[in-house]
Write a protein that binds this ligand. Structure first.
Ligand SMILES: *Cc1c(COP(=O)(O)O)cnc(C)c1O
Length: 338
């Protein structure tokens, strides 16, 4: 099967496995795993932050960040499309006792004027707004890359209001590969950043949370409370270091292959609309309310896995284990479906 359900389905390469086997390790709960420490400090430095924390998953990295930034009863400003709201099991309420103020701006962005309009006044009638979260790329927005101008203005507006500005950067790698933006300049827009190593970069697991020394020291405590302290996890950190060096540039290939699929679908008679393909995600809407399952089943019969993404939308995600031969088969199968 060609699996395009997500970029999380990749298997570690031979070279990655070798790097993992060679990694020096120690007990990371005591902060004594040299490979974890190297990954944390290297990413912190490259993204212009003081410190980093290795986490088992992107969900945990986001949830830890939210937990450190907010108090029970507070409110978090985030987009209606955001992963932290849609796909983290209601964790904002469950883990941190906070509520959300959902915003609806175009393409998953949270622009400065929206932040200024949605922040609650300092008045005991209202929940205290204490965090702004943004996502880049926007998963539910078809992998859309946020404009640097919108992010910079959002950052400025948040900080002027005394609100920390958190980035769910599960796929920030794809955004940075696409824009060529300087990692440090980009990272400094945010007070905390979560980065996934197991999406486009292709490691078996792991995310890194970045922030100030004080923030990361609180995050370390919260990770322990959530049960996310691991031991000789340098084997995973080594996969991350390997992937940052060897799998970042090649993200362009994933973007190019996604664009080929998007181009074909945009011309397809049974497709109403394809969300702009910025990076490695393609989301297409079927015409006349035809159910997504029709296309998902047709792809399945052709040996291709993709996902229903709403009643009449289908999603494909390109990745490290998806090459040109497989692309040819996908294009052929879509071409012959009616
Ligand atoms: C995948 C993803 C995450 C984290 O997911 P995990 O499966 O917990 O690693 C967070 N945010 C976005 C936008 C994602 O796509």
């Amino acid at each position: 099967m060609i699996d395009l359900r997500s970029d999380t389905v990749t298997r570690p390469t031979e070279a990655m496995l070798k790097a993992m086997m060679a990694a020096p390790t120690g007990d990371d709960v005591y902060a004594e795993d040299p490979t974890v420490n190297l990954l944390q400090s290297e990413l912190a430095e490259r993204f212009g932050h003081e410190a980093g924390l290795f986490c088992p998953s992107g969900t945990m990295a986001n949830q830890i960040a939210i937990n450190v930034h907010v108090a029970p009863g507070d409110e978090v400003i985030c987009h209606r499309l955001s992963h932290i709201y849609n796909y983290e099991g209601g964790g904002i309420a469950r883990n941190s006792g906070a509520s959300v103020r959902l915003v609806d701006a175009a393409e998953g962005a949270v622009p400065a004027e929206v932040i200024r309009a949605e922040v609650n006044p300092e008045d005991s009638h209202f929940a205290r707004t204490s965090l702004v979260c943004v996502e880049d790329t926007v998963n539910k927005g078809g992998g859309a890359v946020q404009s640097l101008k919108t992010l910079s203005e959002g950052s400025e507006a948040s900080r002027a209001l005394g609100l920390p500005f958190h980035l769910d950067g599960a796929r920030a790698w794809n955004a940075l590969r696409k824009t060529g933006e300087d990692w440090t300049r980009y990272g400094r827009l945010f007070d905390s950043v979560s980065l996934c190593l197991s999406k486009g970069l292709g490691t078996p697991a792991g995310s890194v949370l970045l922030g100030s020394k004080d923030f990361i020291s609180e995050a370390h405590r919260t990770r322990k409370v959530m049960g996310g302290g691991m031991r000789q996890v340098g084997i995973l950190a080594a996969a991350g270091l390997h992937a940052i060096e060897h799998h970042f540039d090649r993200l362009q290939e994933d973007h190019d292959r996604a664009a080929r699929i998007g181009d074909l679908l945009a011309e397809h008679p049974a497709i109403d609309h394809v969300a702009r393909v910025d990076t490695n995600i393609v989301i297409a809407q079927l015409k006349n309310g035809r159910p997504a399952a029709e296309l998902v089943d047709a792809q399945h019969s052709a040996g291709i896995l993709c996902s229903a993404f709403g009643p009449d939308k289908v999603r494909w995600v390109t990745h490290l284990d998806f090459g040109d031969e497989a692309l040819g088969r996908v294009l052929q199968a879509l071409h012959s479906w009616h």
